[in-house]
Design a protein around this ligand. Structure first.
Ligand SMILES: Nc1ncnc2c1ncn2[C@@H]1O[C@H](COP(=O)(O)OP(=O)(O)OP(=O)(O)O)[C@@H](O)[C@H]1O
Ligand SMILES: [Mg+2]
Length: 282
């Protein structure tokens, strides 16, 4: 439904998302220090790096929550830096938050329908909006099926399990039909088996879209990402395929060596339990 509105085919650049020498300071401290990154349409990119590296800040810049101190952000070829979050969302980018963002006293269905209506509300005149109510309901039902919560449709968000709440958040994030999706630590706090199922869910709901995900679990990173961006102290020190990043001496030294050793020690296989480095409260 909304996809047509979000695809600027005429002036679309070669990239879904581009960051050009992006910088952000809080007071005197520069947190994002000249990040340049170009993500192709349909690509799945994992952003990894130590706690406090600036991963969430980067998402806050891209989604318009913070204005960059300098640099450019392009979405489907068009500048979005300096726009408000809803304007950026309207242009086809949506994000989930590291901390929960649900209406806890509304049901699964109501949460998703709110998100669908919200996205429609900014795109259509009010009479059209009313005419589209039925469409919105249908779309909400579709999304609920997609996130496998159809049997939990009428349960209040507060009564869902933790993993179900995270699934609902993903549903809300994609409800408006955005073609670029940012997920901040979507599997944080999940068990190994929940994580495994959730990665599959992320694959399904983001199929055909561009995905940027912040992730501490290396099993998830290497299983999900086409390319990995390694952010250390506000700088991208590597942006390459999982194999190349894994072999990168600089990455090993700065981050990956110790994290991989920790996670291999903690558990073998995909979806190791959240490591000590996983920040869940930021
Ligand atoms: N609004 C703010 N005002 C001042 N400093 C901030 C603000 N937001 C973030 N910071 C600082 O910026 C740095 C990067 O924080 P950020 O949350 O982006 O890191 P992160 O890579 O997401 O870390 P984590 O892995 O723990 O989630 C931290 O030192 C943090 O204290
Ligand atoms: Mg963070």
């Amino acid at each position: 439904m909304a996809d047509q509105d979000n695809t600027h085919t005429a002036d679309a650049g070669a990239y879904a998302l581009e960051l050009v020498d992006l910088r952000k300071s809080f007071g005197k401290t520069e947190i994002i220090r000249g990040t340049t990154l170009a993500v192709k349409p349909g690509e799945r990119v994992a952003i990894i790096g130590p706690n406090g590296a600036g991963k969430s800040t980067l998402f806050n810049l891209i989604s318009g929550r913070f204005a960059p101190t300098s640099g450019e952000i392009r979405l489907n070829g068009a500048r979005i830096d300096g726009l408000k979050p809803y304007e950026i969302n309207r242009r086809g980018l949506s994000r989930s938050f590291q901390v929960s963002n649900l209406f806890t006293r509304l049901s699964v269905f109501e949460n998703v329908r709110c998100a669908v209506l919200w996205s429609l509300g900014y795109r259509y005149a009010f009479w059209k909006f009313l005419a589209d109510l039925r469409d919105a309901n249908d779309r909400a039902e579709e999304i609920i099926e997609m996130i496998h919560l159809d049997k939990r449709r009428d349960v209040l968000a507060m009564n869902l399990t933790y993993a179900e709440q995270r699934a609902l958040e993903i549903g809300i994030t994609i409800a408006g039909g955005s073609n670029v999706v940012l997920l901040d630590e979507p599997t944080a706090g999940m068990s190994k088996s929940e994580t495994k199922r959730f990665v599959q869910l992320i694959r399904e709901v983001t199929a055909g879209r561009t995905l940027l995900t912040v992730e501490h679990d290396m099993g998830v990173v290497f299983g999900l990402a086409d390319r990995i961006a390694v952010l250390v102290y506000g700088e991208v020190i590597a942006f390459d395929t999982p194999e190349a990043v894994r072999a990168d001496a600089r990455v090993k030294e700065a981050y990956l060596g110790s994290v991989l050793a920790d996670q291999q020690a903690a558990a073998a296989g995909v979806g190791a339990a959240a490591p000590a480095t996983a920040g869940q409260g930021a």
